[in-house]
Design a protein. Structure first.
Length: 359
């Protein structure tokens, strides 16, 4: 009898532990408060307020890519500017940036790919490399320190792989790439490459590269509304989030999607926020608490405004509801630092530091 009691007690402990684990996994955070600080040309010496990329290095410096005036490094107090006049940067129009495993900065520009190691600059273009076009739309570095580039238009270029010595170009003719126009390259936790393409002549979608295996996702084999994707990110549980949208399509066709490795699910704003948000997504990020942060833009000439919202899987929280002075502006990039502070690169309003209180 005593042995039976011990077995029952042990079983209860296991069940309680499992319930606690499930509750922890299913906890949904709500947005309680935000506090913002803005750095711009007027109050902080930021050289340009039109920001397209926000990045953090291993020393917690913020790197800012601008639409037409190069790069700025922010150490928390001062901005140091790099442009074509004072550095080896190939072009002042920045489209994307990423740090590799050795803290080298790779910069996608309108005129080639630049690399900066903190002291020296190198530029790769059509003259000194195998790049097929001069415009680099996006750049990513995988865990093997291989650089992946989007360098294509409707009829030439495509996805480029650079291992530091060799260049390899993937096109619609020699691979499963459905379209040469690359909007985003995302490297997930398992070193899979996710390639978000635009659409050309009806062809496009998302490609997952897992080693030598290529898998194409589009509206023919998923619930994606379009053969096009703009943004990709991954949450802490490993789910892939996709903004299936394009400025060439109607808003009603655009969607926020989640892929758990087997199934796709579509999410749209609920009744409380649908009059403030659109499905047209310009930026997509995940924080350390599994919340998804989404920047949206309105239809041309229509309301609602540009907004940023937090989605916890069930509820949507619009940041301007918590701060009436929060600017309604186009947001191309956001960054979460190690303290879960949100840095927002805005168009026309500079760099915004947002401290978030969750409950």
């Amino acid at each position: 009898m005593k042995k039976l009691h011990l077995q029952i007690l042990f079983l209860c402990i296991i069940l309680i532990g499992c319930n606690k684990e499930d509750n922890t996994q299913k906890k949904l955070y709500t947005l309680s408060q935000i506090s913002t600080t803005t750095y711009d040309k007027n109050n902080a010496g930021l050289h340009d307020d039109f920001i397209v990329k926000v990045l953090m290095d291993k020393n917690d410096n913020i790197w800012i890519g601008t639409f037409a005036k190069g790069i700025a490094k922010f150490d928390g107090a001062n901005f140091h500017v790099y442009n074509t006049q004072n550095s080896g940067l190939s072009n002042d129009s920045i489209w994307d940036m990423v740090f590799d495993n050795q803290n080298n900065l790779w910069i996608a520009t309108m005129n080639g790919l630049s690399k900066f190691d903190g002291a020296n600059w190198a530029t790769f273009n059509m003259k000194n490399s195998n790049l097929p076009v001069k415009f680099i739309s996006t750049v990513a570095v995988d865990k093997d320190n291989i650089v992946w580039l989007g360098c294509g238009n409707a009829e030439e270029g495509g996805l480029m792989k650079f291992d530091g010595v060799n260049w390899e170009l993937y096109t619609t003719e020699n691979s499963s790439l459905p379209c040469r126009i690359i909007n985003k390259i995302f490297i997930d936790k398992n070193n899979n490459k996710w390639i978000a393409t635009n659409v050309f002549q009806g062809n496009g979608g998302i490609v997952k590269i897992d080693g030598n295996n290529w898998t194409v996702f589009n509206k023919n084999n998923t619930i994606m509304p379009l053969n096009c994707a703009e943004e990709i990110t991954q949450d802490m549980d490993g789910n892939i989030w996709v903004a299936s949208a394009s400025y060439f399509f109607e808003e009603s066709e655009s969607s926020l999607l989640r892929y758990d490795g087997k199934n796709w699910e579509v999410f749209k704003p609920n009744n409380s926020t649908q009059n403030k948000l659109t499905n047209r997504i310009t930026c997509l990020k995940a924080d350390m608490y599994n919340n998804i942060w989404i920047a949206t833009s309105p239809e041309p000439g229509q309301q609602p405004n540009y907004e940023i919202t937090m989605f916890n899987g069930k509820e949507w929280f619009v940041l301007s509801d918590f701060d009436s002075t929060f600017p309604h502006t186009y947001v191309k990039d956001m960054l979460f630092d190690k303290n879960n502070i949100l840095w927002i690169g805005q168009t026309g309003f500079g760099l915004m530091k947002t401290i978030i209180t969750l409950k």
